[in-house]
Design a protein. Structure first.
Length: 140
């Protein structure tokens, strides 16, 4: 890892912490949705991932696994893996919504464009994970 000046490192690590918390909040809401409204999660999987037939129990399991990943992510634990998994999950979510990007002014499709800067944030966190040290369990 390259060394940065102390002032630059502090500014960078604070910025990365804010990105990490922001991404975590969004991912937490998506995760909680699997527990609170598993029927909504089923509709999302059917409409965007073309997967159907899952019962509520499977969404609770998916939600539990996702919760463990994002808790590790927000804690800065095993950053290569947790940040990578968050990036993969959000990439799949963003790509699976491709139809909405072609009709931005139909229904609430304009909201789907928020996924693009969040994807950039997920990538930045993964790419710069060695400098994301503020309130992180893993300091490298």
């Amino acid at each position: 890892m390259e060394t940065l000046g102390t002032h630059t490192q502090k500014r960078l690590s604070f910025s990365l912490l804010l990105l990490r918390i922001g991404v975590f909040i969004v991912m937490l809401m998506w995760t909680l949705d699997k527990f609170i409204r598993p029927e909504h999660a089923a509709a999302v999987y059917k409409n965007f991932y073309l997967i159907s037939g899952f019962g509520n129990s499977l969404f609770y399991i998916i939600g539990a696994v996702q919760l463990l990943i994002i808790l590790g992510f927000v804690a800065g634990f095993r950053k290569k893996y947790t940040y990578g998994l968050v990036l993969i999950m959000h990439t799949i979510s963003t790509v699976s919504s491709f139809k909405q990007y072609f009709a931005p002014f139909k229904d609430a499709n304009l909201l789907f464009f928020a996924a693009i800067p969040m994807l950039a944030a997920c990538f930045a966190l993964f790419y710069l994970r060695d400098w994301d040290t503020l309130w992180a369990i893993d300091q490298h």
